[in-house]
Design a protein around this ligand. Sequence first.
Ligand SMILES: Cc1cc2nc3c(=O)[nH]c(=O)nc-3n(C[C@H](O)[C@H](O)[C@H](O)COP(=O)(O)OP(=O)(O)OC[C@H]3O[C@@H](n4cnc5c(N)ncnc54)[C@H](O)[C@@H]3O)c2cc1C
Ligand SMILES: NC(=O)c1ccc[n+]([C@@H]2O[C@H](COP(=O)([O-])OP(=O)(O)OC[C@H]3O[C@@H](n4cnc5c(N)ncnc54)[C@H](O)[C@@H]3O)[C@@H](O)[C@H]2O)c1
Length: 476
Amino acid sequence: METREYDVVVIGGGPAGENAAQYAVEGVEVDGRAMSSAIIERELLGGECSYWACMPSKALLRPIAVADLTGDLDGVSTAHVAPKALLERRDYWVSHYDDAGQDTWADGAGIAVVRGAGRLVGERTIRVTSSTGDVEVVARRAVVIATGSEPVVPPMYADALPWGSRDATGVVEVPDRLVVVGGGVVACEAAIWMSALGSDVTLVVRDQRLLGRTEPFAGEAVLAGLRERGITVHLGTEVSDVRRESPEATGIGKVHGGTVTLSTTAGEIVADELLLSIGRTPRLDDLGLDSVGLTADDVKAGRLPEWLHAIGDASGGPPLTHWGKHQARVIGARIAAAAAGEVAWEPDREAPVPQVVFSDPEVASVGMTEAEARDAGHDVVVSRVPTSSAAGTGLLRDTVVGDSQIVVDASTHLLLGATFVGVEAGELVHAATVAIVGDVPVHVLRHAVASYPTASELWLRLLEELPPSFRTPPPA
Ligand SMILES: Cc1cc2nc3c(=O)[nH]c(=O)nc-3n(C[C@H](O)[C@H](O)[C@H](O)COP(=O)(O)OP(=O)(O)OC[C@H]3O[C@@H](n4cnc5c(N)ncnc54)[C@H](O)[C@@H]3O)c2cc1C
Ligand SMILES: NC(=O)c1ccc[n+]([C@@H]2O[C@H](COP(=O)([O-])OP(=O)(O)OC[C@H]3O[C@@H](n4cnc5c(N)ncnc54)[C@H](O)[C@@H]3O)[C@@H](O)[C@H]2O)c1
């Protein structure tokens, strides 16, 4: 069998893996020789994010948001979604499911791409299996696991061949009636584009609220937004049985057989397709972890030998592209520094994780919710204002919905968390991320002047709503 050797070998070419392969070796020379890296990829280079997750979902949601906006702005004619053109836009943004562009990028960055499924067979050694035969790939210095995650499908659902997120983002046949199980991020985003494409959408949510990890007021605003679109949402509803007439694996985005019937605590729900979106789990099976004496739990807990690293969804951390890419930069710098006999500089604590949900209204958050901050023992002060309450936000639409909130530590005046709901939420949250990472107390943040009339002036409103004692440093 052919053996190839590189300094760094990354299993999985999603956004996390690609960044790790680049950062671990870029500009690094050891013993007068440039460091080398390889990515092992069994599907499309670019990963879930590029073809079946972030890119297609956002490509579908943006025109819908723009059409909605024109319906809510005097002085402009209302635009309407054109389903065929919307799917063509999706196809453009996923490069028609062709990864030639990513191949060109890897080539330009000097990263080797080994096609096939990678499996550890010993320390720093990976067997890559493909239709053209097996190759052994050896890492001189480090192996990075970046194999992503896959949707959770409990046995009760498996025989019905439900849609997963790949089917929703890759939709080809629009079912007349779509039932979505789950009330998280995928459900709240996919319900919007499936409804805009013409499906009659029903959400079945086990919890009493949507987007359970965010502030309750955010989930309430998204619930109202979905219902306003004519989407039915059953909260606090358990599914006890799933039946489907003639299930058939017809392919991604096509209807997978006959009528689906769900028995639920809200009654029987009949639909033409079922989208199951109840979370994802790290993809660590079939990776040969046992060959090096490890289990999936070791990977998720970070109990790894010094030559092995895990990043992105596979690491069990927050399953978000930007977080995986951040981990890749940190791990990449560690590998590069170690090769040079140095230790990479890192801040003394982990960065807060921001997330933007591209629902309607949009929800963006970073750091702790109020409840999480109190549970962690902080004495907190909270400021919440309507997102419409700055001139800059008010001007953006005729109807600005949602609230925005900051959570502040009462003794240090440091920001612990922030949540924005509504227009420009995804852009407004970055200032909060910067303030948290930079330890900027709110009495200093007041002096970061936002231009009038921009959405960022909402920060002024949030800071003004804090008690006056938060305008000067806390007593020593
Ligand atoms: C519908 C949807 C929308 C999303 N939208 C957003 C968003 O807007 N913003 C955001 O931040 N996040 C979003 N996410 C999450 C985001 O997609 C993931 O966090 C991200 O893709 C994780 O990147 P990764 O590199 O860790 O893994 P992946 O992107 O899953 O890539 C892993 C790669 O590893 C390959 N692989 C796996 N096993 C092997 C093996 N044994 N050998 C070789 N190759 C292997 C796979 O083929 C894949 O290409 C979304 C997720 C979904 C489902
Ligand atoms: N804009 C974005 O950043 C974005 C968009 C889509 C997905 N994602 C990522 O993808 C991940 C997966 O998304 P998701 O929506 O599948 O998961 P999620 O964790 O966001 O939501 C899962 C939902 O399913 C429910 N649930 C869990 N187990 C259940 C069960 N057995 N029966 C019924 N309901 C159950 C939960 O209560 C929750 O409502 C997210 O964690 C997110 O990080 C991010």
